[in-house]
Design a protein around this ligand. Structure first.
Ligand code: UDX
Length: 447
């Protein structure tokens, strides 16, 4: 059992803090955001993550998990201090380091003995060193000592608890073997491999892993675009490729590209880090461009299927950047919905969890429905942007009768071509041949 303080109660801080408490440590999660801490103290979790509210409640009740705005006191009370604050994308695309630096300053001011300072935020290579300098420069107690460790996180939103409790590997980077061992030991209950390395390499692993996954997605999306032109089926291509254990089948799902709080931010950040280091990462820049272009494909396909969008009623299914989250950060819907509105369409959207968050970001013209069926009724076409289970599991027969025209543009390849053909849809997906009329308006198909 260790006393751990986690600075930052965003996604990473809250999930990691709760999981450390779950395996028996005493954890204090702190944040300068009073509203967030008040919510957490009263048992309300400010983010949507399956299972997290129960885990927080259980550990709070059993006295292992505490929340406070008193960051200084929390630092003083623990021997391991995690920095898990945000590193948002700045105007230039670089990671904005101001929250990491202010956390380091605060740690320096409240260092009251030996502490291990662990960085979990995604930070440019060299930040560990910078944290060390800032802590040292702000140290009030001359006798206090510390080591800095990098321990990046690899959680996926929507499955963060199981990712954390059954992690593939933990990466621990430090120049001090004792500090590294202490952080490695913290991971023993998670029954995982711990990969030990130096500080800079650990920081680089996080960026390299995320940008590699983003590269896999842009690669399969580029292959999908070729498949459409040469008559191949990208789902089969991906499956066949993925059977090669050197490639692996994961992250080869073609669609309208990646969004979320990590891939877009980390790809930009690494491109910047590379530029600054004097190396132009052309491959990564092309991954980013491919992703940006991919989003607009559904709009092109919709135009292909129904002609002009002016005056058309379009159902949009799924607004979050992926299923099982209410996170709208860099969601493709934020680009696609405004484009549909600009083209004169009216939008009725459905998302089981993210509708409220989306309504704060999208135009007031967007109407919201509380089910798939209520969204599609009377619409000229339906566009799928997120593969929520109730979208994938919707009754196609019912949706066919509810839509004014049975046209589905599927940005996430939720259905097989055979079933869409059987159900009589005009169906355009990504990287697969279109089903039904190519232009329903021009060819006046009988529905
Ligand atoms: C990601 C990383 O997976 C995680 O390790 C890191 O810590 C944070 O970033 P997350 O953003 O939660 O996690 O989502 P993830 O499930 O990885 O998906 C990211 C995006 O890629 C989503 O928009 C998803 O729709 C898209 N995606 C994923 C694809 O388009 N195709 C795929 O095959 C996989």
């Amino acid at each position: 059992m260790r006393n751990i303080t986690v600075i930052g109660t965003g996604y990473v801080g809250l999930v990691s803090g709760s999981c450390f408490a779950e395996v028996g440590n005493r954890v204090i999660c702190c944040d300068v955001d009073e509203r967030k801490i008040n919510m957490l103290q009263s048992g309300v979790v400010p983010i949507y993550e399956p299972g997290l509210e129960d885990m927080v409640a259980r550990n709070k009740e059993q006295g292992r998990l505490h929340f406070t705005t008193d960051v200084g006191a929390a630092i003083e009370a623990s021997d391991i201090v995690y920095i898990a604050v945000g590193t948002p994308m700045s105007e230039t695309g670089e990671a904005d380091m101001r929250y990491v630096m202010s956390a380091a300053k605060k740690i320096g001011e409240h260092l009251n003995g030996y502490k291990i300072i662990v960085n979990k935020s995604t930070v440019p290579v060299g930040t560990g060193e910078l944290v060390r300098e800032v802590v040292q420069a702000n140290k009030m107690a001359p006798w206090a000592t510390f080591d800095v460790v990098s321990n990046p996180e690899f959680l996926r939103e929507g499955s963060a608890l199981s990712d954390c409790m059954n992690m593939d590997r933990a990466v621990v980077g430090s120049d001090n073997p004792e500090a590294a061992s202490a952080i490695a030991e913290l991971h023993a209950p998670f029954n995982t491999r711990v990969f030990m390395t130096d500080l800079e390499s650990a920081e680089m692993i996080k960026y390299a892993a995320n940008t590699f996954l983003a590269t896999k997605i842009s690669f399969i999306n580029a292959i999908a675009n070729i498949c459409e032109r040469v008559g191949a089926n990208v789902s089969d291509v991906a499956e066949g490729m993925g059977m090669d254990s050197r490639i692996g089948g994961k992250f080869l799902q073609a669609g309208i590209g990646y969004g979320g709080s990590c891939f877009p931010k980390d790809t930009y950040a690494l491109a910047h880090i590379a530029d600054k280091s004097g190396y132009e990462f052309e491959l990564l820049k092309s991954v980013i461009r491919t992703n940006q272009k991919q989003r607009m494909l559904v709009v092109d396909k919709l135009r292909e299927a129904i002609g002009s969008l002016a005056g058309k009623r379009i159902a949009v299914l799924g607004l979050a950047f992926k299923p099982n989250t209410d996170d709208m950060r860099e969601a493709p819907s934020l680009t696609i919905v405004p484009e549909l509105l600009r083209a004169g369409a009216s939008i009725r959207a459905y998302d089981p969890i993210a509708a409220e968050a989306a309504s704060r970001l999208l135009s007031d013209e967007v109407m919201y429905a509380d089910s798939v069926e209520a969204a599609v009724v009377g619409c000229d076409a339906c566009v799928i942007l997120t593969e929520w289970s109730d979208v994938v599991g919707m009754s196609l027969a019912q949706v066919r009768t509810l839509l004014a025209k049975p046209i589905i543009i599927d940005g996430r390849n939720c259905f097989s071509l055979d079933e869409m053909e059987r159900e009589g849809f005009v169906y355009h997906s990504i990287g697969r041949r279109p089903i039904g009329a190519v232009n329903a308006e021009r060819q006046s198909v009988n529905f």
